[in-house]
Write a protein that binds this ligand. Structure first.
Ligand SMILES: Cc1ncc(COP(=O)(O)O)c(C=O)c1O
Length: 427
């Protein structure tokens, strides 16, 4: 059947995640819920380690993609490092048990308060502007730093997630490098790492190699004698649409390693190689399971209403992203065309338009695939609806990772957040 990836597969006339029947899961757990395959996440780590075969390779998982603490806990046990972008992300990582040396902090438009919190914990800062570099250097002369460079290459699947190039807010521009060196020299700062992150969902590996080449060109200059690592960021694309071709990561990995090996030989030292994948590690592991509760027919179109909405999966609204959807309840139904909506008060609240899916009936369960990255971590309580529960399947066992609030609990939380004591509302 037409599952998009291996995390959900068809066997004996029904869909499974690992050894667990999706249908059974839906019958026994209230929708909507997020479901993650932990072993799939660990497989992704193994794949990258194989493709980018380098002694000192470190995978700094970009935890913004999904900061579920149970997932992070298993990642910690399995040697992941973390890319963090806010003090709370960094503190969460430390509390879960990640050693400070396995965390990097890359905030954009960082404040003094943020800078101080991170420095106090001994986590390395990756600084992306001259003004922040100057303030950091004045406050902490003689310390270490990593610099985020804008390598002047535009890459990434849409404008909103292209994070380099001339008109971009991220990174120190190539022309500003002499000024950055002047600042670090003045305050005795050691530049131990150079970093780039050109965008998310990069399909053009030639572009990625071009930006790596640019960064290594800078690193080769004699003004950077203290480098310990080069960080090529994240951006590894995953297949969201069944017709998208798989990226040839094996070849890309080989080319990257050739490039890096040549650089290290010229540099005279084997540096560590860092990557910061988010999407690649977790996207395919997850699905958002929703229930169909209303069907309308309007001018030859079937309008399917579900019990979730864009606050639980904002990528289609925000980026026009495609997410594959399967009908768990009726996999052998006759194919039809459907528009699938959520329950939010905006017509943009649409998961899919004109989508061919086996017949959808009221009460059916649908799984929206590839929702392991940038879905729950971007979720909100908009319209005051609870954020769905999260379940993880690890070694064929189901873990209830987070139980969603009831409607009453959510209402009470709002009152409590705003300082209301008690409540006189009867439910
Ligand atoms: C600095 C940095 N590193 C890594 C990532 C992860 O990107 P992706 O999930 O596309 O791999 C991001 C995403 O925004 C980022 O800003």
């Amino acid at each position: 059947m037409n599952s998009l990836n291996n995390a959900v597969y068809f066997h004996d006339e029904e869909y499974f995640m690992q050894a667990i029947s999706m249908k059974e899961l839906c019958d026994n757990h209230e929708t909507p819920f997020y479901l993650y395959d932990m072993n799939d996440i660990l497989n992704k780590q193994e794949q990258l380690t194989k493709y980018f075969s380098w002694n000192k390779l470190k995978i700094f998982y970009a935890m913004k993609a999904n900061y579920n603490p149970h997932i992070l806990q298993v990642m910690n046990e399995n040697g992941f490092c973390l890319d963090t972008v806010s003090p709370a992300e960094m503190l969460l990582a430390l509390r879960i048990g990640f050693d400070k040396d396995r965390i990097l902090f890359t905030a954009n438009n960082m404040t003094d308060t943020e800078m101080n919190i991170v420095q106090q914990q001994g986590v390395l800062l990756n600084i992306d502007s001259l003004s922040r570099l100057e303030r950091y250097s004045k406050c902490f002369p003689g310390s270490k730093v990593s610099l985020r460079i804008n390598p002047g290459v535009v890459a990434g699947e849409n404008k909103k997630v292209q994070t380099a190039g001339d008109f971009n807010k991220f990174g120190i521009l190539l022309i500003d490098i002499p000024k950055a060196l002047e600042i670090t020299k003045q305050y005795g700062i050691k530049i131990v790492g150079l970093h780039e992150h050109t965008g998310s969902g990069i399909s053009d590996t030639a572009k990625a190699l071009e930006s790596m080449n640019n960064l290594l060109g800078i690193a080769s200059r004699q003004e950077f004698p203290d480098l310990e690592f080069i960080d090529f960021g994240g951006g590894f694309k995953v297949r969201y649409h069944p017709e998208e071709v798989e990226i040839d990561y094996e070849t890309f990995g080989e080319k990257t390693i050739q490039l890096f090996d040549r650089f290290c030989k010229g540099y005279g030292k084997e540096l560590a190689l860092y990557f910061e994948p988010g999407k690649y590690i977790v996207a395919e592991s997850g699905c958002l399971v929703v229930k169909v509760n209303t069907i309308k027919k309007a001018k030859e179109r079937y309008i399917i209403g579900t019990d979730s909405g864009f606050p639980h999966m904002i990528r289609p609204v925000l980026y026009g992203a495609y997410h594959h959807i399967i009908n768990i309840s009726n996999p052998f139904g006759e194919l039809g065309k459907y528009d699938i909506y959520g329950n939010i008060c905006e017509s943009g609240d649409c998961f899919a338009s004109d989508r061919e899916i086996p017949e959808i009936r009221e009460g059916d369960y649908l799984a929206i695939q590839n929702t392991g990255a940038y879905c729950c971590s971007m979720a909100s309580n908009y319209n005051l609806r609870p954020i769905p529960s999260e379940y993880i399947i690890y070694n064929n066992e189901l873990l209830v990772s987070r139980q969603k609030d009831t409607h009453a609990e959510l209402a009470d939380k709002v009152l409590s957040d705003y300082g209301f004591k008690g409540s006189n509302v009867n439910y």
